[in-house]
Design a protein around this ligand. Structure first.
Ligand code: NI
Length: 212
């Protein structure tokens, strides 16, 4: 009997969904609408960790809606003003990114859940990159001009699509974040962006008091 109980416990333990961790919930609930963005080297433990998929029951959850809203506000706030952001950058190691779609009318910023790059297409081309987690640097990185991606939309629809142009570069940069890779790992050259400090002076980038 004991053996059966133990087996059942093990089986449940192996298959039970992880759900939001207490720390993930804390970040989602306690962050301001403009979230703290993790930076190197002080947040390298988070930025270098691989991210996990969101379990199916989390895809429609209220905390995810709040998180997407706050990540959008963070990315578009004048203090950051980015073109893409990945969940590890706000402290959550989940496969979730926001990307500005330069290839769509109106250039919307859209969320991509449980995203993966299926294929990298064409010949690599060098181009400039920066990262909210690596102020005040910029670099030249060679990336593929087209990608095929698979992801889940916030309404639960699974999608596979091909993307090209600058958005394809952003997808590669943001998906790298989900594997703990930073653009400086791939860059041919990295230099200080002289405009960065000037453009963003006057903004606060302090860690919140409640951040452990
Ligand atoms: Ni980045």
């Amino acid at each position: 009997m004991k053996k059966i109980v133990l087996f059942l416990l093990l089986a449940v333990g192996c298959t039970a969904p992880r759900g939001w961790t207490a720390w993930e919930k804390t970040i989602i609930e306690r962050s301001d609408s403009v979230m703290y963005v993790c930076v190197m080297p002080q947040d390298s433990a988070i930025l270098r960790a691989p991210s996990q998929n969101l379990e199916p029951e989390l895809l429609q959850s209220a905390p995810l809606k709040t998180l997407l809203d706050k990540m959008y506000r963070t990315l578009t706030d004048p203090s950051q003003d980015g073109v893409g952001i990945a969940a590890p950058q706000i402290g959550i190691n989940r496969r979730l990114i926001l990307v500005m779609r330069y290839d769509k009318p109106g250039e919307p910023i859209e969320p991509y859940l449980n995203i993966q790059i299926d294929s990298l297409l064409g010949e690599k081309v060098p181009g400039p990159e920066g990262c909210l987690s690596l102020p005040p640097y910029r670099g030249i990185v060679r990336r593929y001009p087209r990608v095929q991606i698979s992801y889940v939309k916030p309404d639960g629809t699974p999608v596979t699509e091909k993307v090209e142009g600058y958005s394809a570069i952003i997808f590669q940069h943001e998906c790298d974040h989900l594997d703990g890779i930073l653009y400086t790992d791939r860059a041919d050259t990295v230099m200080v962006n002289e405009n960065w400090a000037e453009e963003r002076k006057g903004f606060s980038y302090e860690k919140p008091d409640w951040w452990r």
